[in-house]
Ligand binder design. Structure first.
Ligand code: NAD
Length: 241
């Protein structure tokens, strides 16, 4: 069995990570949450999986870097400074970072990029999540919007429009609209619509079960445990094997 530490272990994702870890050959040697921080006691870990809160990301990154432990980082809502910290830590340890660990969303992102390249239509992105989600828009929605911007060779910050309220004027060409819906127990839904004159193309993914992310994260951890060079990897690298 490979030693695994889960950060955010008492959360919705964390509890499932702990439950399914043995199926992927892992023994959970540390269940870290607010009442039990990462310490020297967790040094035996081969891999850490962190699905907790953005405020914890830098502490996890420096702990893993200091102890030479590989990391799967799934937390969303990270800041630009957190992203820099990931790149820095990735010079010393292998990290798999994804805002969404589902295979379906990985494919959705490819399809969205292709549609954005083929269609210069109005893009509107709507995401829905359960009422307890703390960040908006979702990390996945941001990744999808980034794929649209990259396909069109523009910066997302120059074209994004978060919601609309009041006398907002006519829609400028090239704008990418983002809308976050929150309620109930929705696991995660993302729809990217391309509106042309007289026709609409919508690409959509609906997560029906949180375990899709958990399995993607554990598969990534197993991939890291196979021995990887330091660097920042994504789900595409794990799936390519
Ligand atoms: P949650 O609120 O149910 O769980 C978060 C857990 O982290 C809680 O148990 C909380 O006590 C704990 N925590 C808070 N501060 C901590 C700290 N400093 N150190 C350790 N633990 C701490 O949330 P969740 O639904 O399990 O989601 C967790 C994160 O994972 C969120 O950022 C969410 O957006 C993200 N997420 C990512 C994916 C993906 O595929 N990448 C999928 C689902 C959720």
């Amino acid at each position: 069995m490979i030693a695994l530490v889960v950060v955010g272990a008492r959360g919705r994702m964390g509890r499932r990570l702990v439950a399914l870890a043995p199926e992927y050959g892992f023994e959970v040697v540390g269940a870290v949450d607010t009442d039990e921080p990462l310490t020297d006691r967790h040094r035996a870990a081969a891999v850490v999986i962190d699905f907790s809160v953005a405020a914890q990301a830098q502490a996890t990154l420096s702990w893993c870097s200091e102890h030479g432990v590989s990391l799967v980082l799934g937390t969303t809502g990270l800041s630009a400074a957190d992203e820099v910290a990931i790149d820095q830590a990735a010079t010393t340890i292998p990290i798999v970072r994804a805002a969404n660990f589902s295979l379906g969303v990985h494919v959705l992102a490819e399809l969205v990029a292709e549609a954005a390249r083929l269609l210069d239509w109005d893009v509107e992105l709507v995401e829905a999540h359960h009422r307890k989600k703390v960040d908006a828009p979702s990390g996945t929605a941001l990744v999808l919007a980034e794929r649209v911007a990259a396909a069109r060779q523009v910066h997302l910050s120059d074209v994004v429009r978060h919601g609309r309220d009041g006398i907002v004027g006519a829609r400028p060409a090239g704008e990418v609209g983002m809308h976050a819906v929150r309620g109930g127990s929705v696991v995660g839904e993302h729809a990217v619509s391309f509106y042309g004159d007289g026709e609409v193309v919508t690409l959509e993914h609906r997560a029906l079960d949180r375990d899709i992310f958990v399995r993607g994260a554990l598969r990534s951890a197993a991939w890291l445990a196979g021995g990887r060079a330091p660097g920042r990897h994504g789900l595409a690298d794990v799936l390519a094997r």
